[in-house]
Design a binder for this molecule. Structure first.
Ligand code: NAD
Length: 505
């Protein structure tokens, strides 16, 4: 049944352990992209004043949370994992209603948060420091990790539970407090994620949620001097803006930004396997993953065979509301995203790329109520075309023919991004050469560009990021400072080598 505007629930910010209205009294609606007549909920359109109240709470909560033993903090994170497991289906269904990915993928999104919660909880009994030998007798040298303080978490809508979990759970186990500003397209699942963390037993003020715009809430969060680190995932445009401001403020910032990922298919590849990978990589989450395969670089000897098989498979994809388990591709997140994706289809046509399949906004029957775009494949694409260079973030992919392995590597590396690149080949020598030469934070061999596991570092090079990595053991690096400690138990003043001039003069 279609929910009417009147029936949708109004949600609140979460500050200092309480659900509170925004001081502005203003709200914004979150819509179902499969049926934009359905309002999923209303959320506070908050102000800088709300944000300050959240930072105040996080600031007050920090000293006690920092002193809580890490294994004790981890117990709360582990409990959150169990609550996430018990509410997985509810969260997944709300995620489909809120941003459109198909139900199986939405379950995967929540699963990623469960995995991350268990992994981060394990860190509570590690948080490894280091000890090294001192150059002096009776002196002990070690480095320990300390939390940074308040982490400002700014997230996009495409992984509305997974991405906040990658940031917040390691940050919490490391002893930080958090102010979380989620994307305005997915405030419902963000709200539920925060609800779960608090139900798991976080003390008031440790995690605070403020919904609203990037300019009214996001930027004040970036600029508040009490916030020690900003962890942002979003477009490269947004990342540059926030990183610029953080640079001026000398504030730590970790950025996970855009991508223009590619699969390379060599002439010796298993073509059916490559078609499977390209289909999943290009059209999973309707192409709205930072790791989406938006370029397929194919050796000319297998170009015809690959393109034909790929188009056949794309034709069979079922498009519709992701709550229906038979659907393969859901809507894109919003009307404006739909327009932006479709604009790229026009750009591709005008650039002279060959439209092999798709290209249309879908308006038949119930699809007219949503933001549906046909899976779209361009062939004969040149590496310099805009559709082969710019992030489209929708179900549009470009097949680029190349003459050999070296050209494939050159084309794969030839964009401003560097998140995820993949090589399909049966030749182990080429596979290792690709691992060495592909310029990206993630490399896949005989697998598509999507599908990262949380126990390895995640992130990219060039315009995709600023050198930090989420997930894996590196997640903790983002959210801790190193403190080097020297303990001299000799009972006399000993000088380290730099101050010991004997023998140097
Ligand atoms: P976006 O850049 O529009 O917004 C991301 C977040 O930043 C939102 O919460 C937004 O409100 C906030 N924001 C925007 N302007 C701001 C400002 N001036 N100050 C502070 N906050 C501000 O991105 P989006 O459309 O939500 O997400 C899609 C983008 O995210 C794509 O480019 C995609 O590649 C990228 N992404 C990257 C990764 C990765 O790990 N590399 C993962 C997922 C998505």
């Amino acid at each position: 049944m279609t929910k009417t505007i009147e029936k949708a629930t109004t949600y609140h910010n979460y500050i200092d352990g309480k659900w509170v209205k925004s001081e502005t009294g203003r709200t914004f609606a979150s819509y179902n992209p499969a049926n934009t007549e359905e309002v999923v909920g209303y959320f506070p359109l908050s102000s800088e004043k709300d944000l300050k109240a959240a930072v105040d709470a996080a600031h007050r909560a920090f000293p006690a949370w920092k002193k809580t033993p890490a294994p004790e903090r981890a117990e709360i994170i582990l409990k959150a994992a169990h609550i996430l497991e018990s509410r997985k289906e509810e969260l997944a269904r709300n995620m489909v209603r809120e941003m459109g990915k198909v139900i199986k993928e939405a379950r995967g999104d929540v699963q990623e948060a469960i995995d991350m919660a268990k992994y981060a909880a394990g860190e509570g009994r590690r948080l490894l420091g280091m000890t090294v030998p001192s150059e002096l007798r009776n002196k002990f040298a070690m480095a320990i990790r300390v939390p940074i303080g308040i982490i400002g978490v700014i997230t996009p809508w495409n992984f509305p539970v997974a991405i906040p979990s990658w940031k917040m759970l390691p940050a919490l186990v490391a002893g930080n407090t958090i102010v979380f500003k989620p994307a305005s397209d997915t405030p419902l699942v963000a709200t539920q994620f925060v609800e779960i963390l608090n139900e798991a037993g976080l003390p008031p003020g440790v995690v605070n949620l403020v919904t609203g715009s990037g300019s009214e809430v996001g930027m004040p969060l970036v600029e508040d001097p009490r916030v020690g680190c900003i962890s942002v995932t979003g477009s490269s445009f947004t990342g540059r803006k926030i990183a610029g401001r953080c640079g001026e403020l000398m504030k730590r910032i970790t950025c996970e930004l855009g991508g223009k990922n590619a699969i390379c298919v060599m002439e010796d590849a298993d073509i059916d396997l490559a078609v499977d990978g390209a289909l999943w990589g290009s059209f999973g989450t309707a192409g709205q993953r930072c790791t989406a395969t938006s370029r397929i670089i194919v050796h000319k000897k297998v170009y015809e065979e690959f393109s034909k098989k790929f188009v056949e498979r794309a034709k069979a994809l079922k498009i519709g509301d992701g709550l229906d388990p038979k659907i393969d591709v859901g809507p894109v997140v919003s009307k404006s995203q739909l327009e932006s994706v479709h604009e790229y289809v026009e750009i591709g046509k005008n650039e002279g790329a060959k439209l092999l399949f798709g290209g249309n906004i879908l308006t038949e029957g119930d699809l007219a109520k949503g933001c549906f775009h046909e899976p779209t494949i361009f062939g004969d694409v040149k590496a310099s075309m805009r559709i082969a260079q710019e992030e489209i973030f929708g179900p549009v992919t470009a097949i680029i023919p190349v003459a050999d392995f070296d050209e494939a590597i050159e084309v794969a590396n030839g964009t401003e991004y560097g998140l995820s690149l993949s090589m399909y080949t049966k030749d182990v020598n080429r596979a290792f050469q690709a691992i060495e030469e592909l310029e990206s934070g993630i490399v896949y061999i005989n697998a598509p560009t999507i599908g990262a596991e949380i126990q390895l570092p995640f992130g990219g090079v060039k315009q995709t990021g600023n050198g930090h990595r989420e997930a894996g053991t590196t997640a903790i690096d983002q959210f801790t400072e190193w403190k080097s400690v020297y303990v001299d138990y000799s009972g006399s003043l000993q000088r380290a080598q730099i101050d010991n001039y004997e023998g140097n003069q």
